[in-house]
Ligand binder design. Structure first.
Ligand SMILES: [Zn+2]
Length: 344
């Protein structure tokens, strides 16, 4: 099964004071980039472990140099995301700081976020399995880097009855278990994921926006390959896409894709290399990105910064361009350069 696009929906509603929120976010991301730049040089490709020295294609963004691996085409930031860097990002103050971007204030909003963002993903997984005559209720699922368990909750609603999650932030574990009224989440340090995958007895391992955050994704992938209980892998990963170009042009607007915790991005070639090396066969894929929304937001934020002088243009942009975003995004998605879901 191959699927393209999903409605951008609420992503493009900037009802709050976009420019003020954006300025704060940008300041925070600049601080993260400074910490990233103080890390040691990344010598090996994050995806295939090939030497990066001498790689031909590169660019600089927010002071950080990025290179495409000569062997697998993966995009690598030139600094290592060390365990210290990952801990700085995700687990300082029990993960409360990082969690502030992902957790919702109360149970009602938890349910709403789960339904809006995670239910379509769980449904996709269910459909991909059903195409292969596999019933979700017969499967056991472990979600790694599970956050507050939004995907677990959504999967359970789709008929995956046996689910559990592993998450490095105690804060998220407690919050998620409380919202789901069940102890589905357990604490698992960033560096312990490969061990947890190796010990897993589940048939499905899922990584929803998680694989790219581990400082040892190759160890995690090896653990999947070596674990004969795991029949299917469900992965959502960020791709190098036109959003990176938009972010490079609008330097005064907070970037989303290639910044902060995203120190490397996948490409068609690097995914193909990963599947070849670790023995995965892609059975279903879903391509969807936010490039159109990023372009829209970047231009709108830049116009709003100009104040009254550009108020007319900001209104025009909002009224005329916003209705086109889904169509515009679907053209990009069909070129297969967008965040992507695969199940193997
Ligand atoms: Zn590589």
């Amino acid at each position: 099964m191959i699927k393209f696009s999903k409605p951008l929906g609420g992503i493009v509603d900037f009802k709050k004071s976009l420019h003020e929120d954006d300025a704060l976010r940008l300041e925070e991301l600049i601080r993260v980039s400074e910490v990233y730049l103080s890390q040691p040089e990344r010598k090996l490709c994050k995806n295939c472990a090939n030497k990066l020295a001498g790689a031909k294609d590169s660019f600089v963004k927010m002071g950080v140099k990025y290179v495409f691996c000569d062997r697998c085409g993966h995009l690598n930031g030139s600094r290592e995301d060390t365990r210290e860097f990952c801990e700085f990002l995700y687990t300082k103050d029990d993960g409360k700081d990082y969690a502030s971007h992902y957790k919702e204030e109360d149970r009602e909003r938890f349910i709403d976020r789960m339904a809006r963002i995670y239910s379509p993903k769980a449904e996709f997984l269910k459909q991909a399995l059903e195409e292969r005559q596999v019933a979700p209720e017969d499967m056991t699922l472990s979600d790694f880097g599970a956050g507050a368990g939004y995907f677990l909750g959504a999967a359970r609603e789709q008929g995956f009855l046996s689910v559990k999650g592993f998450e490095p932030s105690q804060f998220m574990v407690d919050f998620g278990n409380e919202c789901m009224k069940d102890n589905l989440l357990e604490l698992c340090g960033m560096g312990e994921t490969a061990t947890a995958v190796r010990a897993s007895r589940s048939n499905i391992a899922s990584f929803i926006g998680a694989l790219e955050h581990f400082n040892n994704p190759r160890e995690v992938l090896s653990a999947i390959r070596d674990n004969t209980n795991i029949n299917y892998v469900f992965i959502l990963i960020p791709m190098f896409s036109p959003s990176v170009v938009v972010e490079s042009v609008f330097e005064g607007v907070a970037p989303r894709l290639l910044v902060g915790a995203h120190t490397h991005l996948y490409t068609l070639r690097s995914i193909s290399h990963m599947c070849g090396e670790f023995g995965f066969k892609i059975i279903s894929e879903w391509w969807f990105g936010q490039d159109a929304a990023d372009l829209y937001r970047s231009i709108l934020a830049s116009l709003m910064k100009k104040g009254a002088d550009a108020a007319f243009l900001a209104d025009y942009w909002r009224d005329e361009f916003k209705p086109l975003l889904d169509d515009f995004q679907s053209l990009i998605d069909r070129k297969k350069c967008a965040a992507r879901l695969i199940s193997c």
